[in-house]
Design a protein around this ligand. Structure first.
Ligand code: TRP
Length: 353
């Protein structure tokens, strides 16, 4: 179902084109690996010309596990900076920090009151994280997906570009929207996950998901030398032991990474070369290095430049947050009204859409 506020109406030629809203979030790790980049950020960039896009550095999500307090603000800025450097520029979309729009947590509280505890206990990510952080299984960790639902729904976003691991959370957001709409008033769209067209890149061990914690990643800001050190020893098709063994690219994580960085013609050569053993794994990795560097170096240069313009970055975050806040406050007004709360203080916002 389509909702009024969910669309920006653009006049184009003879008629109007309705544009759906996109929302997505990223944790402020301060360092982004090629898995995040290919699976999320690069897709986000693709969407800015097609939709009204809002991208958020989710610092309130980050505090659900232990973290170095003195580093959080820096990591948040660094993450935002990378997003901007990758092409999520203020002329095309909004990039802001979650804690700057307190309505997210306000809506999360309301969603808490319609979300069964059992649904949250069943979340795969919660179960995994609860295992990893046995000593700190806090309410926030369990409530993480509810805050995520609030992030999306406060903007009535209908499209959520995420990796496969987030599908279960988006499904929960849909359920929360459905439940809210049927119990109170139809306010929210049921958001859909938009999966990246890129293949899922595993860590360099070829086994687990690429992650900073498992130290099996390549960061998008890494220097060529350090990328090569890691790539050199990255696990390939484990059945290909000797140079003259024929490989199976479809069982090889390095080849999967190739598909994300390398153009089709070269990819076909690599694929054939591997299958016929006319090239070895190191040859294949060298080409990959070249293709990765080609794409990542301009990003690193842009990041370096922006580091000298922190005032500008903060300004971008500030202005985006202000705009987001207007939308968020208007939604909260509707929500309070629907819940039957006394909504006196917010009368001035009634006309804000
Ligand atoms: N949970 C997401 C992740 O770890 C981050 C996130 C928070 C998010 N809020 C969101 C993603 C809203 C999409 C929409 O990747």
């Amino acid at each position: 179902m389509f909702f009024g506020v969910n669309f920006r109406v653009q006049k184009q030629g003879f008629g109007v084109v309705k544009v759906n809203r996109v929302f997505s979030g990223i944790q402020p790790t301060g360092e982004i690996h090629i898995g995040n980049y290919v699976g999320a950020i690069r897709e986000w960039v693709r969407l800015v010309d097609l939709y009204d896009c809002i991208y958020c550095v989710v610092d309130y999500h980050a505090i659900t596990v232990e973290y170095p307090v003195e580093e959080l603000a820096k990591r948040t800025i660094d993450t935002a900076l990378i997003l901007i450097a990758c092409g999520l520029v203020p002329e095309k979309c909004k990039v802001f920090v979650q804690s700057a729009v307190p309505e997210h947590t306000e809506l999360a509280w309301i969603f808490n009151c319609i979300t069964p505890v059992g649904d949250l206990e069943r979340m795969t990510q919660f179960k995994d994280k609860a295992k990893q952080h046995r000593k700190n299984v806090n309410m926030g960790l369990m409530d993480y997906p509810v805050l995520q639902a609030a992030d999306i729904l406060i903007y009535k976003a209908g499209i959520v570009p995420v990796g496969e691991d987030q599908v279960q959370h988006i499904e929960l957001s849909r359920e929360i929207a459905r439940k809210f709409n049927s119990r109170f008033k139809t306010i929210f769209p049921e958001p859909k996950a938009l999966l990246s067209r890129a293949p899922r890149i595993l860590g360099l061990d070829g086994k687990s998901k690429m992650s900073k914690t498992l130290n099996n990643y390549i960061g998008i800001l890494e220097e060529e030398k350090s990328i090569w050190e890691k790539l050199k020893v990255a696990v390939t098709d484990t059945n290909r032991v000797r140079r003259y063994d024929k490989g199976n690219p479809h069982l090889c994580n390095v080849f999967t990474i190739h598909t994300a960085f390398t153009e089709d013609e070269v990819l076909m050569e690599i694929e054939n070369g591997c299958k016929t053993a006319s090239i070895g794994c190191i040859d294949c990795k060298k080409v990959l290095l070249e293709k990765m560097v080609r794409e990542l170096v301009p990003i690193r240069e842009k990041v370096e430049k922006l580091k000298g313009e922190i005032g500008y970055v903060k300004e971008v975050l500030h202005i985006s947050a202000q705009r987001c806040r207007e939308i968020a406050r208007a939604t909260m007004h509707e929500v309070r009204e629907a819940l039957g709360l006394l909504n006196l203080h917010f009368k001035d916002l009634q006309t804000l859409k």
